[in-house]
Design a protein around this ligand. Structure first.
Ligand SMILES: Nc1ncnc2c1ncn2[C@@H]1O[C@H](COP(=O)(O)OP(=O)(O)O)[C@@H](O)[C@H]1O
Ligand SMILES: [Mg+2]
Length: 259
């Protein structure tokens, strides 16, 4: 059975270590994600979640270990090459094209993805979208529930809607693995619930795999199939959300939950 499980991995992280100034932020971490699987990565501040996330996306280079997507090593590969292979990520802020309306913002993203090199021309003079571009963007807007805000300027949106735009931007590229680091940070309870519901819906509809780094445990419980708990750079528990959270050691020592 182990062999079958190995063969099925979409993402495989093996013995990854990343140090800062001699201190291991990520210390020999191994885990894998199957195609279409949604995995939550939780743990206290400083556990190494963002560092691990950045090692997978390519913003950081680990000193040791391997990261593979569909059996292909990503070691040494630039972020944009990983994106082309299907690793998509969300950023916390929509920064670059914020004076555009939501639809145009996403059309630029479509063009950046599918027609490399035209990005700056498109920014200076956004030519009329083709029917194909418009269809693709409107489908994604519908998916994340932003159709009614398509003509609104991104800069006029609240933070919750900006996160949805950010999610839409990542989805335009049709990732096989979507990675989101603390997508609920700064959102109120209502916005967090809305984002969680959209994430769950999108992940199920699209059948893509997802890694969700998130401190909001209700969102994790709602969105993920499996939870990985990190502390001090290491994986300390892994399994179904309810099982992992029922572990008293995880609850008190690693998540600071006290009944
Ligand atoms: N760029 C950096 N330079 C130095 N230390 C860092 C850097 N990034 C993270 N760290 C350290 O690595 C550890 C893990 O941080 P991080 O991955 O951000 O944890 P988390 O996302 O789980 O809160 C922390 O001790 C943090 O201070
Ligand atoms: Mg973090």
């Amino acid at each position: 059975m182990a062999l079958t499980a190995n063969a099925e991995a979409l993402l495989r992280v093996s013995e990854v270590t990343k140090t800062f100034g001699g201190v291991a932020a990520v210390d020999g971490v191994s885990f894998s994600v199957r195609p279409g699987e949604s995995v939550g990565l939780v743990g206290p501040n400083g556990a190494g979640k963002t560092t691990l996330f950045n090692c997978v996306c390519g913003q950081l280079r680990p000193e040791r270990g391997t990261i593979e997507l569909n059996g292909r090593s990503l070691n040494g590969m630039a972020t944009f090459e990983r994106a082309r292979l299907g690793i998509g990520r969300t950023y916390q802020r929509v920064e670059v094209f914020s004076d555009m309306n939501v639809r145009d913002h996403l059309i630029v993203s479509v063009r950046a993805r599918w027609r490399q090199g035209r990005l700056w021309r498109d920014l200076c003079n956004l030519s009329k979208p083709t029917a194909d571009e418009r269809e693709r963007v409107d489908a994604v807007l519908d998916l994340v529930g932003l159709s009614d805000r398509a003509d609104t300027s991104v800069s006029a949106l609240g933070l919750g809607s900006c996160r949805l735009v950010e999610l839409a931007r990542a989805l335009i590229a049709e990732p096989v693995l979507l990675m989101a680091d603390e997508p609920s940070s700064g959102l109120d309870v209502h916005e967090t619930r809305e984002l969680g519901a959209v994430l769950r819906q999108v992940q199920r509809d699209q059948g893509m795999a997802m890694i969700l780094v998130e401190h909001d445990l209700e969102m994790v419980a709602e969105v993920v199939d499996r939870t990985v708990v990190m502390n001090l750079g290491q994986v300390v528990a892994e399994g179904h959300f309810d099982t992992v959270m029922a572990d008293p050691i995880v609850r008190s020592a690693y998540l600071g939950l006290h009944e």
